[in-house]
Write a protein that binds this ligand. Structure first.
Ligand SMILES: [Zn+2]
Ligand SMILES: [Zn+2]
Length: 212
């Protein structure tokens, strides 16, 4: 069975998720934005073997700890989509702008495309490219768990900001309606910030996407 635990990191309380195979304890961390000592202590406490880093997008609160974690643990960096290269290049500047510790530079081991899959032991998650908040934003969907890790695409009652460089409102709405909704109303999503919700609940009550 696939399991997950969400651990908020950084001053932005970014929902970093640890996903693992129950039997083999092989784990991936999604969006290690920072607070690596606490994050690694949690992974140790759960008795997991961290093998991969998966990124939804390259904003500092999601990707800031990636370079250091990959270097110190010898981990591959999977994602995001190439559209976020300029955000990765701009991480040192993002660090300064938001008062974060200076992010170590990194190069993804593997860029992701819409329709790709990532694997953890015997388990597979589907990758969907969901631009709009950033051009290279991806989400990870586990049909097995009926869960989607959506980063800053969608929140409970809100949607991602689109006023950053490369952001685009209608593109974000299209990503949500064309790539998230088909996962099913009963799919629970883990947003980049705030509480979990389901796609069905958002289609009913989220003012940005109600009735879509
Ligand atoms: Zn973001
Ligand atoms: Zn964020």
């Amino acid at each position: 069975m696939l399991r997950y635990h969400t651990h908020p990191v950084t001053a932005f309380a970014q929902n970093c998720s640890i996903v693992w195979d129950d039997q083999t304890k092989q784990a991936a961390v999604i969006d290690p934005g920072g607070d690596l000592p606490e994050l690694l202590a949690t992974i140790d406490r759960l008795g997991l073997k961290l093998e991969q880093i998966w990124l939804t997008h390259a904003h500092i609160d999601h990707a800031g700890g990636t370079g250091e974690l990959a270097r110190t643990r010898g981990l591959p960096i999977i994602g995001p989509h190439r559209g976020d290269q300029f955000w990765i290049d701009g991480l040192p500047q993002q660090s300064k702008m938001f008062g974060f510790p200076t992010a170590e530079p990194f190069t993804p081991t593997r860029w992701l495309e819409d329709g790709d899959t990532v694997t953890l032991g015997a388990h597979t998650l589907d990758v969907r490219h969901c631009p709009g908040h950033t051009p290279g934003h991806v989400v990870f969907h586990s049909p097995e768990m009926k869960r989607a890790f959506v980063g800053d695409v969608l929140f409970a009652g809100s949607i991602g900001r689109t006023d950053f460089p490369g952001g685009h409102h209608q593109t974000l709405i299209d990503s949500i309606t064309q790539r998230l909704w088909p996962m099913g109303d009963d799919t629970v999503f883990i947003p980049g910030h705030g509480p979990e919700s389901s796609f069905g609940e958002e289609r009913l009550g989220n003012p940005y996407v109600r009735g879509t």
